[in-house]
Every structure is written in structure tokens, then in C-alpha cells.
Design a binder for this molecule. Structure first.
Ligand SMILES: [Zn+2]
Ligand SMILES: [Zn+2]
Length: 213
């Protein structure tokens, strides 16, 4: 489905994330998908402030506005048509009918940010959910079991059960447990399909040391 895979539109909707943090998320995506994504253009999408938005509708709006491979990060809660209330609000999703994935910071952001460290953790969580959704855009599928990457962290495609932990526990155990590099299985898949090269930990570290403001 992906046309020009080497370019990603990274679109911010809302103001939870500063522009410099958006750049940090951009760096993290470039490192994790090194050799596949070569260019990420940053945009800010102006929209009325809403508390929640239908996830599918948002992907369609972004597809029309930006087109191509796109990741939208919104402050608003993302709603789905799921009848079960527990599942009708999501951290992120991808529309299989276009190349647009969306991530919501609503449940990732602490109610009050008391320190830089807390803010940094929030940005890292947003990056990890973003890697997962962009991974889906490239055809990667969820790991139902806990799959680890080379550095011992969970692969970004790991997915535990929401109902087992509740959202709060899920974020602490699964999202925080994820690393910033894909496991061998995902890396091999990407290499086979797109010619992805392995990322070195050194590079990851160097690229991600960016201070926030
Ligand atoms: Zn998934
Ligand atoms: Zn994996």
C-alpha cells in the first residue's frame, strides 16, 4: 500500500508536545527505521480544540490534507466504534485503507508534569507508541507474547493485554518496557521487504540526547 515509503509526514495536532520534542520523536523514528525512512517532514495541523475524535475520521482528514505515509500525534482521545467501552478509546491506531497512523497523548501525559524527567518520560512513551504504529504502516504485526530486542527491552511491536493491567498499568509495564529498537524478527521482516539495516546502540544514544525546552 505504501507508495513513497522513504518519506513520512509527522503531524502534530494540539499542543501537548513542544516543537523541539517533536524533533526528538522524529530522530527516534529515523533511527529505528534507518535505511527505510530517509525523510520526515514536520507539520502542525490546526484544528479546533476537541476532547476526543474518531480515530478513523482523523486518519481520513490527515490523508486528505497530507497524503502518503503519515503519522499524526494528537492531544485528543482517539475513539473507535468498539462497543466495549474499555476498547473504544485507544493509544494509537492505523487505518488499513490508507497509510495514516495516529497516536493520542491523552493517556500518556501525566496529569501534572512536575519535572523535566517526567516530561521526558512522556515524550519517550509517545515515541514508543509512534514506533509501534509506524511499524504497522510497514506491515509489522503485534507480538502477543513479550518479544525482546537485542538490548533486553521489549520490541516496540510488543502488545500485552489492556484488560489485564488497565491503562495505567499497561503504560507502565508494556509501553515503558519497550525499547527503541525492533527485535530480530521485526528487523528481519523489514530487511526482507524494505532493505532495513540494523541500528547500532551507539547511534541511537547519540541521536536521542536532545534536551527539551
Ligand atoms: Zn499494534
Ligand atoms: Zn518485534
Amino acid at each position: 500500500m505504501l507508495g513513497n515509503i522513504s518519506k513520512l509526514n509527522l503531524v502534530r495536532i494540539g499542543s501537548d508536545i513542544t516543537y523541539s520534542s517533536l524533533k526528538k520523536i522524529k530522530s527516534g523514528i529515523l533511527v529505528a527505521f534507518r535505511g527505510i525512512i530517509r525523510e520526515i517532514s514536520l507539520s502542525h495541523h490546526d484544528s479546533p480544540v476537541v476532547d476526543s475524535i474518531d480515530a478513523q475520521l482523523l486518519t481520513m482528514i490527515l490523508d486528505e490534507e497530507y497524503g502518503g505515509h503519515t503519522l499524526g500525534i494528537t492531544d485528543a482521545d482517539l475513539k473507535t466504534q468498539d462497543e466495549d467501552e474499555f476498547y473504544n478509546s485507544i493509544l494509537g491506531g492505523k487505518n488499513p485503507r490508507n497509510d495514516v497512523a495516529v497516536v493520542s497523548t491523552k493517556k500518556l501525559i501525566p496529569s501534572t508534569i512536575r519535572s523535566d524527567q517526567e516530561y521526558e518520560r512522556f515524550i519517550e512513551r509517545t515515541l514508543k507508541v509512534s514506533l509501534h504504529e509506524v511499524g504497522h504502516n510497514f506491515g509489522l504485526t503485534d507480538h502477543a507474547s513479550y518479544k525482546h530486542a537485542g538490548d533486553g527491552s521489549l520490541c516496540p511491536m510488543s502488545r500485552g493485554e489492556f484488560n489485564k493491567f488497565g491503562y495505567h498499568g499497561y503504560i507502565k509495564i508494556i509501553i515503558d518496557g519497550r525499547g527503541l529498537t525492533f527485535c530480530d524478527e521485526c528487523t528481519d521482516f523489514l530487511a526482507r521487504v524494505y532493505g532495513h539495516t540494523h541500528t547500532s546502540k551507539k547511534l541511537l544514544k547519540d541521536t536521542l540526547v536532545v534536551s527539551s525546552n
